[in-house]
Design a protein around this ligand. Sequence first.
Ligand SMILES: Nc1ncnc2c1ncn2[C@@H]1O[C@H](COP(=O)(O)OP(=O)(O)OP(=O)(O)O)[C@@H](O)[C@H]1O
Ligand SMILES: [Mg+2]
Length: 149
Amino acid sequence: MEQSLVLVKPDGVQRGLIGEVITRLENRGLRLVAARFMWVNTELAEKHYAVHAGKPFYAPLITFITSSPVMAMVWEGPDAIAAIRQTFGKTRGTEADPGTLRHDFALQARYNIVHASDSPETAAFEIALWFKPEEIVSWQRDIEKWIYE
Ligand SMILES: Nc1ncnc2c1ncn2[C@@H]1O[C@H](COP(=O)(O)OP(=O)(O)OP(=O)(O)O)[C@@H](O)[C@H]1O
Ligand SMILES: [Mg+2]
């Protein structure tokens, strides 16, 4: 099982897309194991996006992610990291494949609705940054025997 940090970013929250994001991940067969609706402070934003510090889009990205509440979640499942990034599509809405969330709901780069961890190492770092260990709920659904091989 893999875990991934998923954020519905301020644009997704403002546009009423929290349910859409959750529905797509539930439909995929993934399991929600943590969630918190919250306003991100600059300190957390800068730690989360430290990898992008110095890039031209960094400062507006920090302003954006702290501009309105976000829905922070942890989702898990087999190959969860690849599955979630596939469901969300490429960073830019105009480059995301048809049918992906970003294709269906975004046009440009910054306002792209969601964040998802991009590797197991990143996921471990991000989940520890956003959630305490006791906030991660360990559970199973009866239906999983028909989803997970
Ligand atoms: N060229 C750009 N112009 C403006 N904003 C950008 C650009 N590239 C990335 N961003 C913003 O920074 C975020 C992080 O960039 P990254 O390259 O990690 O994209 P990603 O991995 O597809 O998205 P995320 O990390 O949010 O899942 C993007 O999701 C987007 O909001
Ligand atoms: Mg990224």
